[in-house]
Ligand binder design. Structure first.
Ligand code: ZN
Length: 339
């Protein structure tokens, strides 16, 4: 009951990359960088185990950014000539690579860190990939000319890598789709379908993470414009409930999402965000257990997985470590309280 995990990413140590940044520069290159990524991955696996988490991740220590880490292994993308683009409906500007030719994988994308992580933990291992719709929203298309066609092309590539990750021994494959909270109509109409295409043939557990973004200024400003009640999930959850995806990760603690929207996910495992990633204040185990208690009104005990609201990548490393402990201790308290 209440098995814990994080959304996916963790802060990179200062010797691996710039800290407190969403698109940090690496501190090394070549073999030295590869070695540093491996060291950071092992460090965070140990830290997650020590904190008491039941399901661990590689902390995304081997990718610069959650979308571009995948794109770097895709042929047909021009990384030399990045262009500035407004992303997430123009919420913020980013320098993005361009799609210039038919897309194809150059080879495996995440074999190194997935196999490394698998070899060094006996706990359940979750691995994250960007979802098709979010990738489409984070590149400049100069070739396909249609968001849906481009999403399908990416879904097929994601599927190849996901099947290989499953063969590496990954237990849960999670697709990150923050774009679902921005383009709700498209998400319900074809985003979920693309997600299912990306997950086709998988018999490991499949998940989708939908959030209101990292705790960066542009996102915090955007959230202030969303009003008293955030009802974005309401438009997408029915399509997800009817889909083949097993688990849904959502924001809860400190968000304005009405908790009753979780009831729309009947039949799915729900990863409930009980840790705020937009604040450095570390939650107490009591606060975590209280949030779990509120979610229990709408989610069955055996389907509730306490989680973080989003990734912890841009946070302070020590704050993140203490938030992992709060997550595990809060879930333990909730087990005693609600058993
Ligand atoms: Zn997120």
């Amino acid at each position: 009951m209440f098995r814990t995990s994080i959304a996916g990413s963790l802060p990179k140590p200062g010797w691996l990359a710039e800290t407190h940044k969403l698109w940090p520069q690496w501190r090394a290159e070549g073999d030295a960088l590869r070695e540093a990524k491996a060291d950071a991955t092992l460090l965070w696996i140990k830290a997650q185990e020590d904190a008491g988490l039941d399901i661990v991740t590689d902390g995304e220590q081997s990718r610069q950014h959650f979308v571009h880490g995948f794109l770097e292994q895709v042929e047909g993308i021009d990384f030399q000539h990045k262009v500035e683009m407004g992303i997430r409906n123009d919420r913020y500007k980013a320098m993005v690579p361009q799609v210039v030719a038919p897309l194809k994988l150059k080879g495996r994308v995440h074999a190194f860190e997935a196999q490394l992580a698998r070899a060094h933990t006996t706990r359940k291992l979750k691995f994250t990939l960007p979802g098709p719709m979010t990738i489409v929203d984070t590149v400049a298309d100069r070739h396909y000319g249609d968001r849906r066609k481009l999403a399908l092309a990416f879904a097929e590539l994601l599927n190849q890598e996901a099947l290989a990750l499953q063969a590496d021994g990954v237990d849960i494959i999670q697709f990150d789709e923050p774009a679902f909270n921005v383009y709700m109509k498209d998400a319900a109409e074809w985003g979920v379908q693309m997600l299912e295409r990306a997950a086709r043939g998988l018999n490991c557990t499949t998940a989708v993470h939908i959030c209101y973004g990292y705790g960066i200024q542009a996102n915090n400003d955007w959230k202030r414009t969303l009003g008293e009640e955030w009802r974005q999930y309401e438009q997408v959850f029915p399509a997800l409930a009817a889909s083949t995806i097993d688990q849904v990760s959502l924001e809860c603690y400190h968000s304005h999402v009405p908790p009753d929207l979780m009831a729309l996910l009947k039949g799915k495992d729900v990863m409930v965000g009980v840790i705020d990633v937009a604040s450095d204040v570390v939650e107490t185990p009591e606060q975590v257990a209280d949030t779990i208690g509120r979610a229990l009104q709408f989610v069955a005990k055996e389907r509730l997985f306490p989680c973080t609201n989003c990734g912890l990548a841009p946070m302070d490393r020590e704050v993140a470590r203490r938030k992992l402990e709060a997550l595990a201790q809060g879930a333990e308290l909730a087990r005693r309280r609600f058993a």
